[in-house]
Design a protein around this ligand. Structure first.
Ligand code: ZN
Ligand code: ZN
Length: 162
């Protein structure tokens, strides 16, 4: 069994739409490589810096995150499923696809700057985290607002109208 601690640089496109690991940023790998009958079992963690955007308030997000890695790399010639990861003939393993899976599959599709992010005001877009007392006064239900627009149609019946 071999313990591998290594800092690598993030490959490009390591992420999803709204959040990901910036290209070239450091990723700390802390892995155990264990020889088993079928191949090499790799387990451990990858720690990376994430950068993205809150899906509610659109503020930038920066945070550290740790991703679990567990993958069996099959020895050349050992029977395995077609898409199984393999130890190369030079006895090397390619960590990138496994790292990519571990990171991308565990990123939130709707990242939040904080769990209770209040988001933006639906009417004017003000950030409600920064302006918790933001208010437009009495709220008019949009359905009633639409009726109000119909006002002139009933104006003839309005006795106050001169
Ligand atoms: Zn937010
Ligand atoms: Zn508003």
């Amino acid at each position: 069994m071999v313990q591998v601690r290594r800092e690598i640089r993030a490959p490009e496109d390591l992420g999803v739409d709204m959040i990901g690991v910036p290209e070239d940023s450091p990723i700390d790998l802390d892995l155990r490589l264990e020889s088993v009958i079928e191949g090499i079992l790799v387990t451990g963690t990858a720690e990376a810096r994430l950068a993205g955007e809150c899906s509610r308030c659109l503020e930038p997000i920066e945070e550290e995150s740790s991703f679990d890695i567990q993958e069996l790399y099959f020895y050349p010639g050992h029977e395995a499923e077609e898409d199984a990861h393999r130890v190369s003939n030079e006895e090397e393993i390619d960590l990138e696809p496994v790292l990519r899976e571990a990171v991308v599959l565990n990123l939130p599709f709707t990242p939040l700057c904080r769990r209770d992010c209040a988001g933006l005001c639906p009417d004017c877009g003000v950030n409600l985290n920064r302006h918790p007392d933001h208010d437009h006064g009495e709220r008019i239900d949009p359905r009633w607002a639409a009726l109000k627009d119909l006002g002139p149609a009933t104006a003839d019946a309005d006795p106050n109208r001169s």
